[in-house]
Design a protein around this ligand. Structure first.
Ligand code: FE2
Length: 426
């Protein structure tokens, strides 16, 4: 007897039934006829493990317009606004905005989230608030927090002390922002010190790294070298890496093998990179996203993050990771068949690998965390951004969206439109 049986689930390997007991996937095969307390007919729709967003800022999200709107839409005005907003925020403000955002995430089927949290305010109110949010949301989603010295690790006098306090309070991952330190040298120094802290405490590392259009911003090289020096291969992530877009090709041909050797993970943030980078250019205007296609081809694990939703840096978004995948695909010109699949992986399993999420994926023995999409394939998921019909966490439905296809009335005849050509319907 199962607690939940999902019939007619379309997986990568074809139509399957999924038997779930005690929050785990117990059986995965065609035509399961065992009884179940609850049965859901997926009607041949695409069933996937949850979306994962490996790069976000829960402390700033949904603060759009507080204390004012970013009129220019630039990174610099965003930093100014965040500087004005931060001292006015209470623990409750941070917590309420983050919790509201988490409800959006669950509705979108995103049940894995790595969020950076600014530790440069000595009061560490955001840390306290987000640790509480991580706990409150634990039954519904996996949240990981990164201690992020947003104003610089060496540039801001109490960053080191605050970062260590945040880690002691229970923050999971060591962050950094080497390109924002005063000099290239200090950037390198920050990478070394932060990696040593992580190695000492056996923690993962995830740095905002080279988020600029400066081709000589090469902190990813130091991050890879430090990773190897400290034996942290596979446990370090370079986020953004936008300077790689502008780097000299010869230099990149030397850099990529180093990143492979360090088993570096990469997070690109397509929505944010395409809007914030290239702002000093006239025309041609650079795209600023890192070399996603080439990183994939080199065998490096690349995931996509949303980074921001309705905050001082980005006024748009509703935390739809399929919007992120679609933007990444377009900006990276990844319209090949395998590349489209890679973009889907970049918002699902690749992020799970970065976060080291245990029991992720639709396999017997894993947690029964699933999303039923109103479409039939990864290709159509990215193309149509379909409704998340059911979001399931450990065998329980935690979010639902009704299917809604438009009807068109032509010459007195009513047609339902599902945006799938007749020859491709399954
Ligand atoms: Fe970020």
């Amino acid at each position: 007897m199962f607690d939940l049986l999902i019939k007619n689930a379309r997986l990568q390997q074809g139509l399957m039934d999924i038997g779930i007991k005690d929050g785990k996937i117990k059986s995965l095969r065609r035509n399961i006829d065992t009884e179940a307390t609850v049965e859901i007919d997926a009607e041949g729709n695409f069933v996937i493990p949850p979306f994962v967003d490996p790069h976000f800022h829960l402390d700033a999200t949904l603060s759009y317009g507080q204390p004012r709107v970013n009129q220019s839409g630039t990174l610099l005005e965003g930093i100014e606004i965040w500087g004005e907003l931060k001292p006015t925020q209470t623990i409750e403000d941070f917590r309420d905005r983050a919790l509201e955002f988490c409800r959006w995430s669950v509705a979108r089927g995103t049940l894995g989230l790595r969020s950076h949290v600014d530790i440069t305010d000595d009061r560490l109110l955001a840390v306290e608030a987000l640790l509480d949010v991580r706990e409150t949301m634990k039954p519904y989603m996996d949240i990981q927090l990164v201690a992020f010295p947003q104003d610089g690790f060496l540039r801001s006098p109490k960053s080191k002390e605050n970062l260590l306090r945040a880690l002691d309070m229970g923050v999971d991952v060591v962050g950094g922002i080497p390109h924002f330190e005063r000099t290239m040298g200090e950037g390198g120094n920050s990478v070394r010190q932060l990696c040593e802290i992580a190695a000492d405490k056996c923690l993962l590392v995830d740095m905002h790294c080279d988020e600029s259009d400066d081709p000589l911003s090469r902190h990813i090289e130091s991050l890879s070298a430090e990773t190897m020096r400290l034996g942290m291969q596979g446990r370090v992530t370079g986020s953004h890496l936008t300077s790689m877009h502008s780097m000299d090709n010869y230099y990149v041909s030397k850099l990529m093998p180093l990143m492979v050797e360090a088993q570096m993970h990469v997070v690109a943030n397509p929505l944010i990179n395409i809007t914030l980078q290239g702002r000093h250019d006239s025309y041609p205007k650079r795209r600023g996203m890192t070399r996603v296609k080439e990183l994939f081809e080199a065998g490096i694990n690349v995931a996509f993050g949303h980074d921001c939703v309705m905050d001082p840096w980005y006024s748009l978004g509703s935390h739809d990771m399929l919007e992120v995948a679609g933007m990444g695909l377009h900006v990276g010109q990844m319209t090949g068949v395998e590349q489209i699949q890679s973009c889907f992986d970049a918002v699902t399993k690749n992020g799970a690998e970065i976060m080291k999420l245990e029991g992720y994926g639709i396999e017997p023995g894993n947690d029964a965390n699933l999303v039923i999409l109103d479409c039939k394939s990864a290709f159509d998921a990215i193309r149509l951004r379909p409704a998340r019909l059911k979001v399931i966490r450990r065998g329980k439905v935690i979010a639902e969206t009704q299917k809604s296809h438009p009807t068109v009335i032509l010459n007195g005849e009513t047609h339902e439109v599902d945006f799938v050509p007749a020859g491709m319907k399954v």
